[in-house]
Design a protein around this ligand. Structure first.
Ligand code: RM4
Ligand code: MN
Ligand code: MN
Length: 419
């Protein structure tokens, strides 16, 4: 569907007000010695990848409620991801889950993605569930399984993912496993981690030139008592053991409640191992809610660490930003659009932090003013900056409204043979 007419009517409806708001914000920022144009350029250059699995309705263990016009295959998914990018202008990259979205013909998928203005930047393996006809079960684990034959099958799957990714033009491979125990005593803690590392060494050895391997820690679920890669420290150890092309990936929902995620991020940056990011939000666990929906200040503080590292030109700091969320009660295209814009918002807000002033507050041990510096950035409504970056890039000022006006979902439902 051509969204252009809806972008045009969005601009006709909202541009005058946006120009006023942008001008006003520009004046406010100028008083703080901030150039709004530089900020808008940063907003426009921001990128966050969309998960292929995020454009379909997810579900919980209590059920799944499919929405209208669900993508039938990976091509439909790419088309929906293309809509997210058409709306936001910051999501040209797609992270692909295999075998959920295994392409029959990788070069055809690559072309289709390019036609939608997208590229496949990352592949993700799946050894956390069994596939029909699979010789060995992952019920009791995959890369860390006690049985060498199961581990070999899981390694082979990861190597296959890398092969598919190469044909797609991707350069990142993300590994998250469901291995762990539901009961105390079920898994030997040290031996299981050794097995995991031994398997990953084989996956690492299969990485083509220029690729990065991301390992993703998670505290619990589906293993409810213990997991193999349970926290960032274990992840850091493993990434170091594996070598320079192995990096830690932080998924915001994979920590215990109240854990200070921004400090974890800072530590991984300092230790030179922060490689990837799965943005989402959560109240309790791996809730996979839209970014910024529950803890926007935490999201800002995380981006603050990331922008600070970028500004300091920390050696080797080149994180890959991705969203990771399925949706149960919203239109996935709307949720992904909102999430991408919220991460972008936090990035722009973090770019506003007066770093010399913050340094000074820290040096003279002035917590009140240090927090005030952060709050000043966090409380600045940068919506006109984001909207102007979009508008200049031919994107809607109000993406969700434009998307709804377009009737894309109903058209997709009709085209995908539904009512
Ligand atoms: C996991 C983890 C992985 C994702 C799967 C679907 O909890 O976040 O990144 O690929 O869910
Ligand atoms: Mn994740
Ligand atoms: Mn997760």
């Amino acid at each position: 569907m051509d969204l252009q007419p809806f972008v045009e009517s969005d601009h006709r409806r909202l541009m005058t007000a946006l120009e006023e708001d942008y001008w006003h914000l520009g004046r406010q920022l100028a008083r703080r010695d901030v150039d709004i144009e530089a900020l808008t350029a940063r907003a426009a250059a921001f990128r966050v990848a969309v998960p292929s699995w995020g454009v379909a309705t997810g579900g919980t263990r209590f059920g799944r409620f499919a929405g209208p016009g669900e993508p039938r295959d990976v091509y439909d998914k790419i088309q929906d991801c293309g809509v997210v990018h058409a709306l936001t202008g910051v999501t040209p990259r797609v992270s692909l889950h295999i075998p959920w979205d295994r392409p029959e013909d990788p070069s055809a998928l690559r072309e289709r993605a390019a036609a939608c203005g997208l590229c496949i930047s990352a592949v993700n393996s799946n050894t956390f569930e069994d596939q029909p006809g699979q010789p060995r079960s992952y019920k009791f684990g995959s890369l860390a399984h006690t049985d060498a034959a199961v581990r070999a099958q899981a390694v082979a799957h990861n190597v296959e993912c890398i092969g598919i990714g190469s044909q797609l033009g991707a350069r990142e491979h993300s590994v998250w496993i469901g291995d762990g125990g539901n009961f105390p005593g079920q898994v030997h803690a040290r031996r299981a981690l050794e097995r995991y590392l031994e398997s990953l060494r084989q996956v690492y050895a299969a990485l083509p030139e220029g690729w990065r391997l991301f390992i993703e820690h998670k505290l619990y679920e589906p293993a409810f008592y213990s997991t193999i890669l349970n926290d960032w420290g274990t992840s850091y150890h493993c990434a170091r053991e594996l070598g320079p092309r192995a990096w830690c990936l932080v998924d915001l929902g994979h920590h215990a409640p109240n854990v200070n995620v921004e400090i974890i991020v800072a530590r991984l940056i300092q230790f030179g191992k922060l490689g990837g990011f799965h943005f989402n939000d959560s109240k309790y666990g791996d809730d996979d809610l839209d970014a910024g929906s529950i803890k926007p200040f935490q999201l800002f503080l995380i981006l603050n660490e990331l922008v600070d590292a970028e500004r300091d030109r920390v050696d080797g700091f080149e994180p890959s930003y991705m969203l990771d969320q399925p949706h149960n009660v919203t239109d996935p295209i709307e949720s992904l659009t909102v999430s991408a814009m919220e991460v972008q918002r936090a990035y722009v807000q973090a770019s506003l932090v007066d770093r010399p002033a913050l340094d000074e507050c820290q040096e003279r041990n002035d917590p009140i003013m240090a927090l005030a510096v952060l709050k000043q950035a966090f409380l600045t409504d940068v919506s006109p900056v984001l909207a102007m970056a979009r508008a200049r890039g031919g994107r809607p000022i109000d993406p969700v409204a434009a998307y709804r006006a377009s009737g894309y979902r109903a058209a997709a439902a009709a085209a995908r043979n539904e009512n």
